[in-house]
Design a binder for this molecule. Sequence first.
Ligand SMILES: Cc1ncc(COP(=O)(O)O)c(C=O)c1O
Length: 425
Amino acid sequence: MTAYPKMTREELQKEYAAVSQKFQKLKEQGLKLNMARGKPGKIQLDMVSDIFDVFKTPEDYVSDGVDCRNYGELSGLPAAKRLFAEILGCKPEQVFVGGNASLQLMYDTISKAVTHGMLHSEKPWGKEEHIKWLCPAPGYDRHFKVTESFGFELVTIPMTADGPDMDAVEQAIKDSSVKGMWNVPKYSNPQGIVYSDETIRRIASMKPAAPDFMLMWDNAYCIHELEGNFLPFKDILSECAKYGNADMVFEYASTSKVTLPGAGISCMACSEANMAYLTKLMGIQIISYDKVNQQRHVLYLKDRAHTLELMKRHAGVLGPKFRAVTDTLDREIAPLEIGSWTHPKGGYFVSFDGMTGTAKRTLALCKEAGVTMTGAGATFPYGVDPNDSNIRIAPSLPPVEELTSAVAVFCVCAKMAAIEKLLEK
Ligand SMILES: Cc1ncc(COP(=O)(O)O)c(C=O)c1O
């Protein structure tokens, strides 16, 4: 197959006619497929639903002498703290175990900075003239929305194969109105990038002009390998402490994609000083989180080694789905030279970059053919991709057969959009 950019106008027109015909046939099938959000599939949910069988006797509700059915232990069950600390490589006393969503803990931390200020703030951020926030992009749309919702100016930082462009970050943090930065350090959403040791060193040793700079370290995919063995990662809390930045970092994780999204448990890890400051504020809004669920998770997941075994079983389900996507793209799109995509080793997404100016059109065509995808631009601050080229593919939810059909539709749509663009010239 000749690459599209090398085809003559006549060849492109002929190819467009053929691809459009395929598109019409697909449309007539009345498909209803979804590759929009990174949700575990039914097989994965069924696989972990024995988590509801762990309570056998009333003693099972008691952990380290704490009856988890009652009020108390605002910062979480000690055993749940130990479990997350073992996974993240930090100390149990640095862990706050929350409810069913780490996103809520992230939102809450930033909202406290706005209303009350952080440990080293001169004043609550709400009283600041203007706040800027660093957003490595492509990135997680919900992160960007959180900081946008507080009225911060979102500053795009390009992603490299090693993580955020640190030259750009180091330049940006000289501005004292730059108060924080989003990070997904392992298997980033959507590219599956793992930050290099050098990037982590440069981040941990940053000297931001803002004394209350918040390094948001969302380790959402810290144990979410798709293939191969568990990839160890650095404890960001001790890395930051090493450079005198102990209070700069807030790390987050959850069991949303270990057990059940929406019914899992989440955590925030931070310095002991931040923990003391934040728990005091938290204690005003909640007496304690759902410790029954925390205990359910402790009994079910047991420890890091046992949790990693479960993650291998998830990988057994997810791996073939990811391969179905990347194999099809490799076969159908690679020879045409109209895009590139990631082959992630972990996480929940494949990131596709089409020709400049084709992402919106590709997704509009997908929608017409009954395939729902994450909106174009979602992976960039303010939902605007300056190149209109990045598309996030989420292969986890549909069964493999449905996924195969959905990717086939996607390829046809990407081809049509690319030819239309080439014919514009
Ligand atoms: C990077 C990242 N962080 C956080 C979340 C949401 O986590 P939780 O369910 O713990 O709120 C997601 C979900 O897709 C994610 O991709």
